[in-house]
Design a protein around this ligand. Structure first.
Ligand SMILES: Nc1ncnc2c1ncn2[C@@H]1O[C@H](COP(=O)(O)OP(=O)(O)OP(=O)(O)O)[C@@H](O)[C@H]1O
Length: 177
């Protein structure tokens, strides 16, 4: 299993696209939150989903969403997981697959901001001040530790094609099961 991590706009989705092109499947922790929210009849607004995710965490533990997401994984050796926010979650996935590898993607904040503006996703931040707040929120969840303790770091500071090439190389160099 590969866990991909990084700050908003670092390039996780682009990494996943490369992983898919070489045969990996991907699961997103947000999907399992939405799946359970649907079962419980929670409205699909950002605020309600966020509150639901947090209250489940309080009730069932920091790693609840990782455990629920892990249940959705059919072939751990060929799966990339997106969306972890803290080490407890990484450890929960590691219980499912002892060979788990954490890959962190890094780009500096100016670069991430430019790219986020460029991708024009409706739910994205629109100003540097908003990105600073968004980064703070992510860090408050514990993502900094996941990045600092990653097994591999890919620096995404060049062109998109360079990043894709780096990603392919990392994926090729992983130990085969
Ligand atoms: N090296 C690069 N050069 C140019 N554009 C890039 C590069 N890397 C990523 N991008 C673009 O920057 C945007 C952000 O990348 P991506 O969506 O992969 O980030 P992310 O880490 O998945 O972000 P989030 O956590 O917010 O979902 C995308 O539009 C992507 O195509």
């Amino acid at each position: 299993m590969i866990v991909v991590t990084g700050m908003p706009g670092a390039g996780k989705d682009e990494f996943i696209a490369v992983a898919r092109s070489v045969g990996f499947m991907d699961v997103h922790m947000g999907e399992s939150v939405r799946h359970y929210a649907r079962l419980r009849g929670i409205p699909f607004t950002d605020g309600d989903i966020g509150r639901f995710a947090a209250s489940e965490r309080e009730k069932y533990g920091m790693d609840i969403w990782a455990r629920r997401t892990a249940e959705m994984i059919r072939d751990p050796e060929r799966t990339v997981v997106d969306g972890v926010r803290n080490m407890e979650e990484v450890d929960a996935f590691r219980e499912r697959d002892r060979n788990l590898i954490v890959i962190a993607i890094f780009a500096n904040r100016e670069e991430r901001f430019r790219r986020i503006l460029g991708r024009q996703r409706p739910d994205d931040v629109r100003s540097m001040a908003e990105l600073v707040l968004r980064d703070k929120r992510e860090l408050s969840f514990g993502i900094g530790s996941v990045i600092a303790l990653a097994d591999v770091m890919i620096v995404n500071d060049g062109t998109l094609e360079e990043f894709r090439e780096k990603s392919r190389k990392v994926l090729q160099s992983l130990p085969r099961p």
